[in-house]
Design a protein around this ligand. Sequence first.
Ligand code: SAM
Ligand code: SF4
Ligand code: SF4
Length: 334
Amino acid sequence: MQLQDSLGRPLRDLRISITDRCNFRCTYCMPRENFGPEHDFLAKEEILSYEEMASVVASLLPLGLAKVRITGGEPLLRRDLPVLIAMLRDLDSELDIALTTNAVLLERHAEALLKSGLNRITVSLDAVETDLFQAITDSKNTPEEIFKGIEKAQQIGLPVKVNCVIKKGVNDSQIVPLTQACIERNITVRFIEFMDVGTTNNWNLDSVMSGDEMRGVLRDHFGPLEPKKSAHPSDVARLWHLPDGSKVGFIESVSKPFCGDCSRARLSAHGSIYTCLFSEKGFDLRGVLRFGAEKEEIATIIREIWTHRENRYSELRTQLKEKRQPVEMSFIGG
Ligand code: SAM
Ligand code: SF4
Ligand code: SF4
């Protein structure tokens, strides 16, 4: 029987953060004040090897795992990523393998990623205006470089989606131009509500633009939007159609939480397993892996953790009184 948690949710989806390092310092994710030169990033030996990551995936496949998303930090900073993808592909030809990236290095790596068995890519892009893009990412890169990476992936047949986190008063001006840029390139853009992950991004409810508000901006420009039925209940994005038939998605984890269908586990760069993006603590699998645990033993541990899972933070967010210390997004994997 398929593994289920205490609320009847399966474990279908694993997100693996393969590095805690990044070439951007997005103000809402890794603000430079907290992730500057003095920040202690993980040492090489603290990070899971590709073989160790593949062992975790192999142990989860018989429990119902159907999808792996490789993320970080910036996953394309880690050397030989195609080697990991090829290892995962060898485990299961049907496994859905996706990558989330800021795409600075995508043009260079797209072909090797496709050859190794990657199914699709999600590119994070928060602005099409260069000044704003550079201010948000705290980098000297440009949206043109990101679009070059996207175009390369599309040319070789790797499907691409774009994710954009909207912070009220910061980049809501980008909703219409980014949607237009994506329509021109035949890409679905998904707008994400700014979330209170980690402890360093100064989150407050006033800086959240809700999906309803974002759709209002699109409606004023393009005309009425029609909701589209989702293909799978655990899809985080709800899709809508614009009048010309193009699709726009919304990930409304603050205003319309979707914990009820959340089938995602996360494996951090240092090898802990987390059952929620807002977890304060994970379970250290690295120690177990380095002690020589077999696939079946890892499966038994994860089965035990998942069976007791009760997480539904986004549904409880407004009722929780005590101050929490959730792990950082770059560490646990977005
Ligand atoms: N570096 C890669 C990238 O940016 O695509 C992968 C890791 S990043 C942590 C994964 C996703 O998390 C990105 O799309 C990013 O925009 C999103 N993210 C980070 N902090 C967030 C926050 N506070 N609220 C909503 N999304 C966030
Ligand atoms: Fe890096 Fe991605 Fe976080 Fe931006 S969102 S700082 S690109 S990990
Ligand atoms: Fe899943 Fe936790 Fe997000 Fe709810 S808050 S959708 S349980 S990751």
